[in-house]
Ligand binder design. Structure first.
Ligand SMILES: *Cc1c(COP(=O)(O)O)cnc(C)c1O
Length: 362
């Protein structure tokens, strides 16, 4: 018997157990074919059908309008930090970034290689404990696009609104919260997300882009970094990450069976409320420094009043089957990630453990 464990890793992260069992059961014999999906050409009709269905499931779950491409790529969220400016700058010389944390900062550093970066707001420099309000955004009509990160995975900051950018296209890094909540795709020019938080394995990155924004990439940039290459070939410009797509297909079907994004969003609200309540009711034994309105449902960083107890907390939690609760190296402390596949029972087990630990040390 495998030990029952709840995994709070920030990504790669917990996957639905039923999906992994189904994958394991057919790993050597894919649907009775006598060979593995791992051994299948990306151009074999059975695999092409998986790709088409994966796109269809994404369109359905996210209510993607018809005037958007859904593209599959590699290179992670980080490759999009380069592809977005290379493809969307066009004749413009600058972009606007809503600077909110580690991941927008990394994206801005990359974008500066290709154009000027203006800050439409900057809540990172004041400590990354909140996000700006719409009224605080200063957006230039000269900018090629406005860039924001919908969920700052490391700081635990998540938008509760979609920034209004007027006529300037809006770009979202939704790597750590795509498919965890309803998202107004039509309010965006482009949304990208790597798969290893809510829908599978590293390697696969999904880009949802308005069709009229594709085709602006300068001809001297590599074709593999041009959205047009993927749009023209149904994402078969080169060999795609077949296993990660197959797994995403399974996870999206699982999500649909759960009741889709609206149902999972309710569960995510419940899970986050449970954990933040435990933190807030601990009278300072545990603390989360984020303004309550912008607390992330996906990633909850927290600290102990006595940081010397951290190693004991992590070891005792592990003993109790609650693993990978270490905070990101850049901010320290602890962090519980509660992606779609984390059941409410897992968060309840964590909260129960936190009470116990507090009473032992309080
Ligand atoms: C994980 C993450 C990334 C980085 O993705 P890679 O696949 O490692 O390149 C980018 N943005 C956000 C918000 C993330 O959570």
């Amino acid at each position: 018997m495998m030990k029952a464990v709840y995994n709070f890793a920030s990504g790669p992260a917990i996957l639905p157990r039923e999906v992994m069992q189904a994958v394991q059961a057919e790993l050597l014999d894919w649907g009775g074919r006598g060979y593995s999906v791992l051994e299948t050409s990306h151009r074999w009709p059975d695999f092409m059908q998986i790709m088409a269905e994966t796109e269809q499931l994404l369109r359905e779950l996210l209510s993607v309008p018809d005037n958007y491409h859904v593209l599959f790529m590699q290179g992670g969220g980080t490759q999009q930090f380069a592809m977005v400016p290379l493809n969307l700058l066009g004749d413009k010389k600058q972009i606007d970034v809503i600077m909110s944390g580690y991941w927008t900062d990394k994206a801005a550093q990359e974008a500066r290689r290709y154009g000027a970066v203006r800050l439409a707001a900057d809540t990172l420099s004041e400590g990354a404990t909140r996000l700006p309000d719409q009224a605080q955004l200063d957006i230039s009509p000269q900018s090629a696009y406005v860039y924001y990160c919908a969920n700052e995975t490391i700081h635990g900051l998540e938008y509760d609104y979609v920034p209004q950018s007027g006529a300037v296209p809006l770009v979202a890094d939704a790597s750590s919260n795509l498919l965890s909540r309803a998202m107004d795709v039509a309010a965006h020019g482009l949304i990208f997300a790597c798969a290893q938080k809510n829908f599978g394995l590293p390697g696969l990155t999904v880009v949802v882009v308005r069709k009229d924004l594709v085709g602006r990439c300068a001809p001297h940039w590599p074709a593999i970094l041009n959205y047009q290459s993927y749009a023209d070939t149904h994402s078969l410009w080169n060999t795609p990450v077949t296993f990660a797509i197959y797994l995403a297909h399974r996870i999206l079907k699982w999500l649909k069976d759960q009741g889709g994004v609206a149902a999972i969003e309710q569960r995510n609200i419940e899970k986050a409320a449970l954990l933040y309540r435990a933190i807030d009711e601990s009278e300072g034994f545990y603390a989360n420094r984020i303004a309550p309105r912008f607390r992330s449902r996906m990633n909850a960083p927290f600290s102990l009043r006595n940081p010397a107890l951290e190693a004991d907390f992590l070891a005792s939690a592990q003993e109790a089957g609650l693993v990978q609760l270490q905070g990101h190296r850049s901010v320290g402390g602890l962090r519980a990630s509660m992606y779609n596949a984390m059941p409410l029972a897992g968060v309840q087990a964590l909260v129960d453990f936190m009470h116990l630990f507090m009473h032992r040390h309080g």
